[in-house]
Design a protein around this ligand. Structure first.
Ligand SMILES: C=C(O[C@H]1C=CC=C(C(=O)O)[C@@H]1O)C(=O)O
Length: 473
């Protein structure tokens, strides 16, 4: 990425912008290669979700991720560059796309500020291939035309503009200038839509017998086919009025401040939304962090019951085994890349609004030559959503679940040009289109699991999304 020492905020005039774009176009003309011009500015405090909702266009792809308790949120929409990938090499191809895109980027402004410079947003499905009629490809990757993000007290807006060798510069300069004006003095006054109609009627159907699948999986575990498998349910909801995915997200981030609230939209009417407690991988300044999360119990009613529930989870042999399988896999796969992992010897409790999980945070310095996507490619899918051994378990998931997972239990996140980025696991999630939603929830099955208990656990996991889709009046 070429960074020009120009401060767009200090030279903000239509003439200066046109002169700058003209300089970028000359670079594009010199080698016949389109440039991506990325203009970052620091702006006054904005809520990226409010911005996304205010200028939401159902026909444009978007990406949103927020971790309220870490005070970080990033929104981006419309497409400046995009690609899709499938197959076993999909993460390597994604890396090439990101490298190639950043290499032809000319950036100005505070690119080293939090969320400064161009970002590639990614939605990777659970499986490396998907059926043709599925709403999201195996990997959808795009650089947005605009991005607004907040990290602590710093809000950064980024406009990304493709400049082709033969682009009409006047039209381009005018459009970018308008966008710049909009974000530099962004106002939500008058942007609020009238209060949304909330669904009243809600019918749900489930088309396969989860308990029977768990029982079948337990027989396969008994036969030694695999040690652990994660089986999910899909609940199909139909409401009387269309859902508003971003307003649902607002409810999720309020209720689950320790989770990642996320939304990814394909621009054809489908949104995949959720509140995930699980960070698959984050890389910042050469340090990698990941969450090992597996083993679940409900929250208690009152402090005593809650503590008793937590203690029961910590003492549960079945849950400890479920967790240990995930930690062992994460360790083995990252150590094979040369990472020396640090993590607590015993899992702790991660308490969410509705559930508590066994949790082991893992961190390591990335060795030279190993990048975020190298780690992601070996980690995904972890046995928190797939199983162990991976190949046998994942193959059995396809036979035992009666629906395609799509982005459920996939990897959703973003990457910047500095090698940093963050991906979460697409659980506690729903695929939403108009009046329909498909809500997903899974549970890890090991020897000692019972169909009834796993069914009850997935019911608890469903509830978060169901409540957010149909808030109480
Ligand atoms: C697969 C899901 O959760 C995983 C993450 C944490 C705890 C899990 C469990 O205890 O089964 C699951 O492995 C899901 O919520 O759909």
């Amino acid at each position: 990425m070429k960074v020009l020492p120009l401060q767009p905020a200090d030279h903000a005039s239509p003439e200066a912008l046109r002169a700058f774009l003209s300089q970028c176009q000359r670079a594009a003309q010199a080698d016949g290669q389109e440039r991506l011009v990325s203009i970052s500015i620091t702006v006054g405090a904005l809520d990226p979700l409010a911005v996304l909702e205010a200028i939401y266009e159902p026909g444009a792809p978007h990406f949103y991720a927020e971790h309220p308790s870490e005070c970080s949120a990033i929104a981006g929409a419309e497409v400046a560059a995009r690609a899709t990938f499938a197959g076993p090499e999909r993460f390597a191809e994604l890396q090439r796309f990101a490298d190639e895109t950043f290499a032809r980027t000319i950036a100005v402004g505070p690119v080293d500020a939090p969320f400064g410079g161009p970002h590639v947003f990614v939605g990777a499905a659970f499986a490396d291939t998907v059926e043709n009629d599925e709403p999201f490809p195996a990997i959808m990757a795009f650089v947005p035309r605009w991005q607004v993000a907040r990290a602590g007290d710093v809000t950064t807006a980024v406009a990304n503009v493709p400049v082709a060798p033969d682009a009409d510069l006047d039209a381009l300069a005018e459009r970018v200038w308008r966008a710049h004006q909009k974000f530099a003095g962004f106002s939500l006054t008058g942007a609020a839509t009238e209060s949304p109609r909330q669904p009243r009627q809600f019918t749900s159907t489930e088309s396969f017998d989860y308990r029977a699948s768990v029982a079948a999986a337990l027989r396969q575990i008994d036969a030694g086919d695999f040690e652990k498998i994660v089986l999910a349910r899909a609940l199909d909801i139909e409401a009387d009025v269309p859902f508003h995915p971003l307003q649902t997200l607002d409810g999720l981030r309020e209720r689950f401040p320790d989770c990642f609230a996320f939304s990814i939209a394909n621009g054809r009417g489908d949104s995949f939304i959720g509140a995930s407690p699980e960070r698959l991988v984050r890389v910042s300044q050469g340090m990698l962090e990941a969450d090992v999360l597996a083993g679940t119990i409900r929250r208690g009613v009152g402090a005593v019951d809650d503590a008793a529930m937590g203690a029961a989870l910590l003492a549960s042999d079945k849950d400890q085994r479920e967790h240990a399988v995930v930690l062992a896999s994460v360790r083995r796969r990252l150590e094979a890349l040369g990472l020396a992992l640090e993590h607590p010897a015993q899992p702790g409790l991660r308490k969410l609004a509705n559930l508590q999980h066994l949790h082991t945070p893992v961190r390591a310095r990335l060795p030279d030559g190993i990048r975020l996507l190298d780690a992601l490619a070996v980690l995904h899918p972890t046995p928190a959503v797939g199983g162990a051994p991976r190949e046998a378990a994942v193959a059995a998931i396809r036979d035992l679940e009666g629906f395609p997972r799509g982005l459920y239990a996939g990897a959703l996140g973003w990457m910047n040009a500095r090698g940093g980025g963050e991906f979460m696991v697409g659980i506690r999630s729903a695929l939403v289109r108009d009046q329909r939603a498909r809500v997903y929830a899974g549970a890890g099955i090991v020897a000692g699991s019972t169909p009834d208990k796993e069914f009850a656990e997935t019911d608890l996991k469903f509830k978060a999304l169901l409540d957010a889709l149909q808030p109480p009046r």
